[in-house]
Design a protein around this ligand. Structure first.
Ligand code: SAH
Length: 423
């Protein structure tokens, strides 16, 4: 079978050469051959010089998605090699038993997500090219991981942009979809069938670990002193019995599985309030607090964060640390203005709830919101809230979510920790 060729325009922007993994319809001068949707096509420049090869899908704005910069045959063994390499890289950079194994274009498997939850594998397929070759993916997974089960979470609307229906369910024989993953010394119960996305968010693993130094040192700030014998005493001289007297009071908003709450407790927080709009999520977070022995230091609220934050401001409630990890408010570029207003509102209210000198931990996973725009939004919120922010650390997604330099889309996660001062 001869492979079709897509000749790119002479005057296009050289994005492909800069490592960007997609070709858009307007960049193609002509196509030689008769490729079908999902076929491999060679990408050549205007004089026919080979640049890369990728999956062709005429129904999609991402008309070609790069699979390789060489002319290697794209077959089952290439898939197996790519998945093996991706797994090797994860094991090299982070010693973990649960993580993202394949992160789509950044692992040169465009539109393929593979997450490993201990002995269970979850797959999400977002491109026609992978869709048609999914048996290769399942076979490679079986060979490499020999998992207890494989589950597919292709229940996402973006598949429609590739002309695909949503799909979800067991790939292997049915199995118990509840899995307890280990992360930074904690046990976290995840349901790969019920949870958000593929069940859990591995991308913030390192960010959650970065909370560690923030969680203690608060008791002494609030006037507790330690006497000569090592007993903590309050302002009136009374001995404090709570072993977590030096820990932070934390508000964890958009808590889902409660992973931030768990880390906060693990690192010494005194009390964590966990909030999510979904009752199911709140139940999961509570189960996770119980599993780790943190129930007595946690409380749970099922509410809309927009209402809850405003109410707490009205009631003049304050926390040492407020964590905001909202879902992606901007699902597409057109929605960005509204999304920025949403982010600003929760950050503005969130900052107001931080004690003077306390910490705002804030994230955004929307790739339509650049890091620069994210910081601008925070500055706007700080001005309106009469706060001055001082950066502790700005972080991105963890090492199992690689970023291609030429592709802003793969650099989606912003995570910042700021001290918040009254102005
Ligand atoms: N921090 C979480 C991930 C957040 S995912 C973790 O570590 O696992 C986003 C969560 O926000 C989802 O659980 C969703 O139910 C919740 N959510 C979405 N809109 C919300 C709203 N308006 N108020 C409160 N929670 C909301």
């Amino acid at each position: 079978m001869t492979i079709a060729k897509a000749f790119l325009n002479k005057n296009r922007k050289k994005r492909l050469e800069q490592g960007h993994p997609w070709v858009f319809p307007g960049e193609i001068e002509k196509i030689e051959g008769e490729p079908q949707g999902g076929d491999i096509i060679h990408i050549v420049n205007h004089v026919g010089h080979f640049l890369a090869q990728g999956f062709y899908n005429p129904l999609s704005q991402l008309i070609i998605r790069v699979v390789s910069y060489s002319e290697v045959e794209v077959d089952e063994s290439l898939f197996q090699t790519k998945i093996e390499q991706a797994w090797k890289r994860r094991k090299w950079l982070a010693d973990v038993t649960s993580c993202r194994v394949v992160h789509g274009e950044a692992d040169f498997l465009p539109g393929l997500i593979i997450d490993k939850y201990e002995d269970v594998i979850v797959v999400q397929i977002l491109s026609l090219g992978i869709e048609l070759r999914r048996q290769w993916v399942y076979d490679a997974i079986t060979k490499i991981f020999n998992p207890r089960g494989i589950y597919e979470r292709s229940d996402v609307p973006v598949r429609r942009l590739e002309g695909l229906e949503e799909r979800e369910g067991f790939v292997s024989e049915p199995f118990d979809t509840k899995v307890t993953v280990r992360e930074n010394g904690l046990s976290i119960l995840v349901d790969v069938a019920e949870g958000q996305k593929t069940g859990y968010f591995f991308d913030q693993r390192e960010n959650r670990a970065a909370l560690k130094p923030l969680m203690t040192g608060w008791g002494t700030r609030h006037g507790i002193t330690v006497d000569g014998e090592g007993y903590p005493r309050d302002a009136k001289g009374k001995v404090i019995k709570n072993p977590f007297w030096d820990g932070a009071e934390v508000l964890d908003c958009f808590s889902h599985t409660g992973s931030f709450m768990l880390h906060a407790c693990h690192y010494g927080a005194k009390k964590v309030t966990c909030l999510d709009i979904s009752e199911k999520a709140v139940d999961m977070a509570r189960a996770n607090a119980l599993l780790n022995g943190f129930l007595h230091r946690t409380e749970f609220v099922a509410a809309n964060a927009f209402d809850y934050l405003r109410e707490q401001v009205k009631e003049k409630k304050l926390w040492d640390i407020v964590i905001l990890d909202p879902p992606a408010f901007a699902k597409n570029r057109q929605a960005i203005e509204g999304a920025v207003r949403g982010y600003k509102e929760i950050n503005l209210q969130g900052m107001k709830l931080v004690r003077n000198g306390g910490i705002l931990v804030t994230a955004s996973c929307s790739h339509h919101l650049s890091a620069a725009r994210f910081v601008d939004m925070l500055q706007d919120a700080a001005i309106d809230a009469h706060k001055v922010l001082r950066l502790v650390e700005f972080r991105r997604a963890g090492s199992d979510h690689p970023v291609l330099l030429g592709s802003e889309e793969t650099d989606y996660l912003k995570f910042a920790m700021y001290e918040v001062f009254d102005r």
